[in-house]
Design a protein around this ligand. Structure first.
Ligand code: LLP
Length: 436
């Protein structure tokens, strides 16, 4: 996994740092990010676009993992940034991310969020529906500004890992329907508006996708319409954004293709479609989240109690769980793990890793092969970098773990551990006295 390996003490090492040293200094649970791996992934995307000579923006989908340091890293690597809420936008602004490279998504942006985006002159707003289109136009009129927009369309293709659901009119809360004329009406509004600069079209077909078929089908469906709009309204897009969703390997059950391959096939298809219809090749924008940070994150936990159910199963509990990684409980997501203090020890049993939350569904990994482990051990769960910290919560009033970045043997704390005081910071005492 990434730049992790086993050092001469026999401990798991990430980015040149002994994971047990991290535990000693920051406690458990703790999220550890391998910065070199994030940089490598970012460069991989950019190099593929450069190689094929198309104009592009690779926008990191910050919903996967957003903190000041992460946003700064994204800036260092020259990527753009996708935000989906006032909070993610605020984080980007606080990290002083270049505003022109921020794209704002969401199916129910509020007036305040849109105002914030306009005031900070962010690069592009991805408009999702007619309500937003109208509100944004009004706001631009009031503020006497012109906003760059993309229109999010639902192309009628939904990718669920290996399955593609092809529907005439996609049943989705997101975007303008491409087939039933909604997208066309929106294009007409955008094209004629004095306050909107319609850069092009956006679509996103799903997440944790292992094949390029869905992207290719979506591109073809969109190009049919682009051609129609060109012929009917002489409107040509400058930008085609095909979203994110490139799958990663969590366990042996997953067999993703390399991210560069998705991108290469997508670019070739867009070029081919543009050629067929005699159009200028648009800028291609993509929005990877998981594939940039997923396998760069590892969570370290202290092993605690053990319960044996004879002839059924052994449970091993750790000091975190669905509060720091809700994905197993929410999606039945699967993970791999090793003992960080002795990753090479022989496997002796199959145990199921339980979290500490008061909920039966709080299981991190079912039936994991491990050496016989106990309270001296530290468990390292791999590939927790995407949608781990970003979906963490305070269920059972468990404080959120800290986040550390490691690179070239250096450790940097980038998010402090929450304290118990943090947990009651927004609570207010009861004002009325007891009645009796
Ligand atoms: N662009 C748009 C418009 C999206 O909706 C998403 C993800 C992305 C980009 C980034 O997708 P990625 O490259 O990370 O697959 N919480 C779920 C994943 C939800 C993804 C939502 N949208 C999980 O933990 O698996």
């Amino acid at each position: 996994h990434g730049t992790s390996n086993v050092n001469d003490k026999g401990h798991l090492e990430i980015g040149g740092v002994d994971t047990l040293e991290i535990v000693k200094e920051f406690g458990t649970p703790v999220y550890v990010y391998d910065v070199a791996l994030i940089r490598e992934r970012a460069r991989g995307f950019k190099e593929t676009f450069d190689k094929l000579g198309v104009k592009a923006q690779v926008a990191y989908a910050s919903k996967a993992f957003s903190t000041l340091a992460m946003i700064q890293l994204v800036e260092q690597e020259g990527l753009s940034l996708d935000v989906v809420s006032g909070g993610e936008l605020y984080t980007a602004l606080a990290a002083e991310f270049p505003v022109g490279k921020i794209h704002f998504h969401g199916n129910n942006k509020s007036r305040e969020e849109l105002s914030m985006a306009l005031e900070h002159e962010i690069g592009c707003i991805v408009v999702d529906n007619f309500h937003e289109l109208k509100m944004l136009e009004e706001l631009c009129r009031e503020k006497e500004v012109k906003a760059n927009i993309l229109l999010r369309v639902t192309p009628g293709i939904e990718a669920h890992t290996h399955d593609y659901i092809l529907t005439g009119q996609e049943d989705s809360k997101f975007g303008f329907d491409l087939q039933n004329g909604q997208a066309e009406s929106a294009v007409k509004i955008g094209m004629h508006s004095d306050f909107l600069n319609l850069l092009g079209i956006h679509c996103h077909i799903g997440s944790q996708i292992f094949e390029t078929t869905g992207f290719i089908l979506a591109a073809r469906k969109i190009f049919e319409k682009l051609n129609h709009w060109k012929e009917t309204y002489s409107y040509e897009v400058k930008v085609l954004n095909l979203g994110g969703g490139f799958g990663i390997r969590y366990t042996n059950e997953d067999a993703p293709i390399p991210a560069s391959q998705y991108v290469e096939e997508i670019i070739l298809e867009v070029k081919e479609q543009a050629r067929i219809f005699g159009m200028t090749i648009p800028e291609i924008w993509i929005e990877p989240g998981r594939s940039l940070v997923g396998d760069a994150g590892t969570t370290l936990y202290q092993v605690g109690s053990r319960k044996e159910v004879p002839n059924v199963r052994n449970y091993l509990a750790v000091d975190g769980g669905m509060s720091d990684n809700i994905r197993p409980a929410l999606y039945e997501a699967k993970y791999e793990a090793v003992l960080a203090n002795r990753p090479l020890d022989e496997v002796e049993e199959t145990v199921s890793i339980a979290g500490k939350c008061c909920e039966s569904g709080d299981m991190l990994i079912w039936d994991l092969p491990l050496p016989k482990a106990g309270k001296e051990d530290v468990l390292a769960v791999f590939c927790t970098g995407a949608y781990g910290y970003s979906m963490a919560n305070n269920y059972n009033r468990i404080p959120k773990p800290p986040v550390v970045f490691v690179e070239n043997g250096q450790v940097t704390l980038v998010v402090r551990r929450e304290t118990y005081a943090d947990l009651v910071r927004h609570d207010l005492p009861l004002k009325v006295k007891a009645q009796n």
